[in-house]
Design a binder for this molecule. Structure first.
Ligand code: ARG
Length: 606
């Protein structure tokens, strides 16, 4: 086969992947060729590659021999897994990334990588920076986050949406997709009727004098109370909604005013969290809701149900309420209009809703209805509800303040800042850092620890919010990892090398990979592309946190065993191992990139 490939008689079955692409992916292709060559009669034979649990037994392993044996037996053929493994090994194409294959146990194939691939990939990282794994096609990804509601405070659920949504967006931007960050603000609906009516009643001159309603939460509660108790007020509130939704300028002005108060408060939170998301609120879809209702009606998809018009996505599921009995629209209507706009006008190829798990039924029904209405073609557009569990307090109950109120985000961030400051002082950092450096470190630690604690847990589970845990300086925490990064960066600096000088050295000095711990660290670094690929499949960011922690653990082992800089008893530098400094440098760049994707600021000193 190889002869024929070389002479051009046969199309090569496997091309050498570009430097910087995922090793796991390359090995999958490599074994896919072997499986196909060895067992052409089994087109569905699985290609299973995993990371090896112990580097003594190779770096990755292929576990296909066992299922292939089963498939053969099912066809009535005699087979044993070790023989199958041998046949696979005999059928692999040439591939410079693999140094050695070995059969182990009942039929695993242990795969050892060649150091030359390590040298090449690390040199590339040093010279060209950390770049993303190549993607087949650039697409448009729309990320819906954090989408809070006007006149209500952002709560910890929106904080999770903010953190996860920002990170998902950064990941897709890094790999080169077009990302539309959309803040689907809850700025429409019947509650505005009562808010506007209340505003008109108590601040009649609101059009000329800006009313003191900075505490919108209280304002909301007051108007809700009147709405529930006062029939006349309720009636006027309904009339206000109608006026607002028909774009009456006076009511529009009042609505704008209320929205702006919330907007300002939200923006402060976004700024503190380094979050950007472009507002396209629910109100934007008013005319589109009217259109989509008409469309669904024409297609005969709406059913009468006690005066409401409902649509079933799947008959065994609760339906969407498309038109209420009073003729008004709902959250469901708005999401139908929204998804249509996103697909048909914004041309999204992938829509990601970062919303708490409590709304999972809503999004299942949305998907089913959108498919049924011909709005969403699942073959062309992917839709994901990136759901997350509730935030619990340390008592494992719903996260509340001591007095039982819902926690205000601004207050939470303030507490984070204070605690981070205390932590740094406790470590004596205020003695070493300038006030400005201390402030930068304090912010990085405060917001970093909140984000990292969130992202490092599997988002689908509930999660316990604990400042004590997130500020621990050992283990898989932001504090530990940020500190680790500053230490790694300081190694080169203290040896007199700037990052630029190291980049220059990388041109002719190879990264040192002879020591077992060096090679182990290098292999972890090389797993960066496959880690990103995995997250792009399941949208679970804790893989990246685990990876970051693996990098730092591998680094510690390397650093404990391998001198980078040798000093004499007087503390003077007597020799510098540049090949190892280069390894420190790539470690730092990869860690930095991880932090960047996680939305966490790094610091040069802390
Ligand atoms: N405003 C909603 C909430 O706070 C979230 C909106 C999510 N996005 C959407 N397209 N439904 O629960």
């Amino acid at each position: 086969i190889e002869e024929e490939e070389k002479s051009g008689k046969r199309k090569p079955e496997m091309r050498e992947p570009v430097v910087g692409s995922s090793i796991l992916n390359a090995l999958e292709k490599y074994f896919a060729v072997a499986v196909q060559r060895a067992y052409p009669e089994l087109p569905d034979a699985p290609v299973i590659i995993s990371l090896s649990g112990n580097s003594k037994f190779g770096d990755y392993q292929c576990n296909s021999a066992m299922p292939i044996t089963q498939l053969l037996k099912a066809k009535g053929e005699k087979a044993n897994p070790r023989e199958v493994a041998q046949k696979l090994m005999d059928s692999v194409p040439p591939f410079s990334w693999v140094e050695k294959l070995e059969i182990a146990g009942p039929g695993f194939i242990n795969i050892s990588l060649s150091r030359s691939v390590g040298h090449r990939a690390l040199k590339d990282l040093l010279e060209n920076g950390v770049h993303p794994p190549p993607v087949d096609r650039k697409i448009t990804v729309l990320v819906d986050f954090p989408s809070p509601n006007i006149a209500k405070d952002m709560h910890v659920g929106h904080l999770r949406a903010a953190i996860i949504g920002e990170s998902v967006s950064r990941l897709f931007e890094f790999v080169g997709h077009k990302v539309l960050r959309v803040n689907h603000l809850g700025d429409w609906g019947t509650q505005f009727g009562m808010l506007i009516t209340h505003l008109q009643d108590i601040y009649p001159d609101y059009q000329t004098k800006s009313p003191p309603i900075s505490d919108l939460q209280t304002f909301y509660k007051e108007s809700k109370k009147r709405f529930d108790e006062d029939a006349e007020f309720k009636k006027r509130s309904y009339e206000s909604v109608v006026k607002l939704q028909s774009f009456d300028p006076v009511y529009n002005k009042a609505w704008q005013l209320i929205c702006d108060v919330s907007r300002k408060e939200f923006q402060k939170i976004y700024d503190r969290l380094d979050l950007t998301s472009t507002e396209i609120g629910e109100s934007f879809y008013q005319s589109r809701m009217e259109q989509v209702v008409k469309e669904l009606e024409e297609k005969g998809l709406l059913e009468e149900d006690e005066g409401r018009k409902v649509m079933f996505g799947r008959s065994d599921r609760i339906p969407f309420t498309i038109v209420k009995s009073d003729g008004g629209f709902t959250y469901d209507t708005s999401d139908m209009a929204t998804i249509k706009y996103r697909i048909h006008e914004q041309k999204a190829d992938w829509i990601i809703y970062v919303v708490d798990a409590g709304q999972s039924t809503h999004f299942e029904v949305l998907e089913a209805c959108a498919v049924k209405a011909g709005i969403l073609d699942p073959k062309k557009v992917r839709m994901d509800h990136v759901q997350f569990g509730v935030v619990l307090g340390e008592d494992k109950k719903k996260f509340k303040t001591r007095s039982g109120e819902t926690v205000k985000l601004a207050a939470l961030l303030d507490e984070g800042l204070k605690r981070a400051g205390d932590k740094l002082k406790e470590k004596g950092r205020d003695q070493v850092l300038t006030p400005e450096e201390l402030r930068v470190a304090q912010e990085a630690v405060a917001y970093g620890c909140i984000k990292y604690a969130d992202l490092s847990h599997n988002r689908t589970h509930e999660y316990i919010f604990s400042f004590d845990k997130m500020l621990e300086d050992k283990g898989n925490t932001a504090v530990y990892l940020l500190y680790m990064l500053t230490r790694i960066r300081s190694i080169g600096r203290l040896a007199g090398f700037t990052p630029e000088a190291l980049k220059e050295s990388a041109k002719n000095t190879p990264v040192s990979l002879d020591h077992e711990k060096e090679w182990n660290l290098a292999k972890v670094i090389l797993r960066f592309p496959e880690t990103l690929e995995k997250i792009m499949r399941d949208l679970l960011l804790h893989h990246l946190c685990e990876y970051l922690y693996d990098v730092s653990t591998a680094f510690s082992e390397f650093y404990d065993n391998c001198y980078c800089v040798e000093k004499n008893p007087k503390g003077e530098i007597i020799s510098v191992n540049v090949g190892r400094l280069l390894l420190c440098e790539v470690t730092a760049s990869v860690m930095e990139k991880c932090f960047q994707i996680l939305g966490i600021r790094t610091v040069s000193k802390m």
